[in-house]
Design a binder for this molecule. Structure first.
Ligand SMILES: [Cu+2]
Length: 473
């Protein structure tokens, strides 16, 4: 009986999220994603934040590799927006970047996106307009590999965000005025001492919740849980701690790696990790926590067997978390690295800052007054990030998956495949990708306030027209 119920659930799952019928794809009308505003209470204060959901209220999107993503995004808010599919290899015109690949979706307006889900893994979607990711205009985007789905494995999405009672515009204004925003070293971001945070947040959230009222996920003794960890924060790199449970990383930014064991894993802004944990063969409750580097703020979920008593957890850890480092990154091994090939073209992205006016730059240029980095189509391209600043920068390239090939002079053999790499202060990281997706593709720091303060450029394929750039307020 159990098996029959499981099989039915399995079939219903595929029918509900996809278009599978008798093993064949059928033509369907587009699905809908709605961008709306919802109230959020943190502490004793209620504010409005964004939410991306399907008409039935399902948060974000889950699809199947090989199927079509045919969706209309409807903007039910009072501000313009644009949705970017983070980490997905899409045609350039579906990339969701305002004034580069499409006009903004105006209040009450809608915009169609249609592409094939060629990848599988853990991705996310977020606004590429202004500072909206700071207010949860973001959601999980999970693509299942139909050959891999095991109904015995419990899947848990943990979408981490940072939250401030202040509006993002007010925070940016204060940063630009050089006001004291840091809870570490507020004097000078260019100081030789690495600076971990330039914004002090009020809370870290997982799936919109603080640790006062976290998601409690029912699990069975002995069950395997696959965490899909997404750092959707605007400015907080975290360590994820699996506590008493041994963890095993199986993917970085959606790309499989050879299983890497541990209990504490760095997760920079915009990155994802897939981590397996196994519940012991007895009753119990297991908090899985993420703590922001340089802060005591923590967030997470609790895995609990039916009879377990649920612990109450503090939103503040006892001590501040330290800085992320390269320890794991140097050891992760991609299952599907790039084919071995010598780089045919090398690009430099110097990560620069001028803290007098809170300006962040790539190659000393401030978005949108930039000269794009030009690539020849169909070449192996090496991109060198040289961080001249005292802060780390999670650097994201659109439209491509790249291999991390060198960190501070250490060559990585089959380094992790990613779409976002953390470049530590005063450090050099090399990546490689194949220029096989023509278009104009943003390359930027994913810290929202760094991006807003200029740290963005784009990669232009030779022969593709350069768009008329415009910054959004
Ligand atoms: Cu940055």
């Amino acid at each position: 009986m159990k098996i029959i119920i499981k099989t039915i659930t399995f079939i219903l799952f595929f029918l509900s999220i996809g278009v599978v019928q008798e093993g064949r794809a059928v033509q369907t009308s587009p699905t809908v994603l709605i961008v709306k505003k919802v109230p959020l209470t943190v502490g004793n204060k209620t504010t409005e934040v964004f939410r991306i959901e399907q008409p039935d209220g399902t948060w974000g999107f889950q699809g199947i590799q090989g199927k079509d993503f045919n969706t209309i995004v409807k903007n039910e808010t009072n501000v313009p927006t644009v949705i970017h599919w983070h980490g997905l290899i899409v045609p350039n015109d579906a990339d969701g970047v305002p004034y580069m690949t499409q006009p903004p979706i105006l209040p009450g307006g809608e915009y169609p996106y249609h592409f094939t889900l060629n990848q599988s893994g853990t991705y996310w979607m977020h606004s590429h307009y202004g500072l909206q990711t700071e207010q949860y205009l973001s959601a999980p985007f999970i693509i299942h590999d139909p050959t891999e789905r095991d109904s015995n494995i419990k899947e848990v999405v943990m979408f981490i965000a940072d939250y401030s009672h202040k509006s993002p515009e007010a925070i940016l204004k204060e940063l630009k005025q050089g006001m004291k925003m840091s809870n570490t070293d507020s004097k000078m971001k260019m100081s030789p001492k690495p600076d971990l945070n330039d914004v002090q947040y009020d809370a870290l959230l997982t799936n919109y919740k603080t640790l006062k009222n976290p998601d409690v996920i029912k699990v069975k003794p002995g069950q395997t849980v696959r965490f899909r960890l997404i750092n959707g924060a605007s400015g907080t790199n975290v360590f994820v701690n699996t506590g008493k449970l041994k963890g095993e990383v199986i993917a970085t930014d959606g790309q499989p790696i050879h299983p890497f064991p541990g209990t504490k894993f760095p997760l920079a802004v915009a990155q994802r990790l897939d981590v397996l944990v196994k519940i012991p063969d007895k009753e119990g409750a297991y908090p899985i926590l993420a703590q922001g580097e340089g802060t005591r703020l923590q967030t997470g979920v609790i895995l609990a067997t039916p009879g377990a008593s649920i612990p109450s957890l503090s939103e503040q850890a006892k001590t501040a978390e330290g800085a992320l480092n390269y320890d794991q990154e140097l050891q992760y091994k991609a299952v599907n690295p790039l084919p071995v090939k010598k780089p045919e073209q090398t690009l430099l992205a110097s990560l620069d800052g001028n803290m007098k006016n809170y300006v962040w730059m790539i190659n000393n240029q401030v978005w949108p007054t930039i000269t794009p980095l030009e690539v020849e189509p169909f070449k192996r391209v090496e991109l060198v990030f040289k961080n001249t600043t005292g802060m780390s920068h999670p650097m994201h390239l659109h439209g491509h998956t790249f291999e991390v090939t060198e960190i501070d002079g250490h060559t990585l053999q089959n380094g992790p495949m990613r779409d976002t790499v953390l470049v530590m202060p005063h450090s050099t990281v090399k990546i490689q990708f194949d220029s096989n997706n023509p278009g104009n593709w943003p390359l930027h720091c994913h810290l929202a306030y760094h991006q807003a303060a200029g740290m963005m450029t784009f990669i232009n394929y030779k022969g593709i027209q350069i768009p008329q750039l415009k910054s959004v307020e």
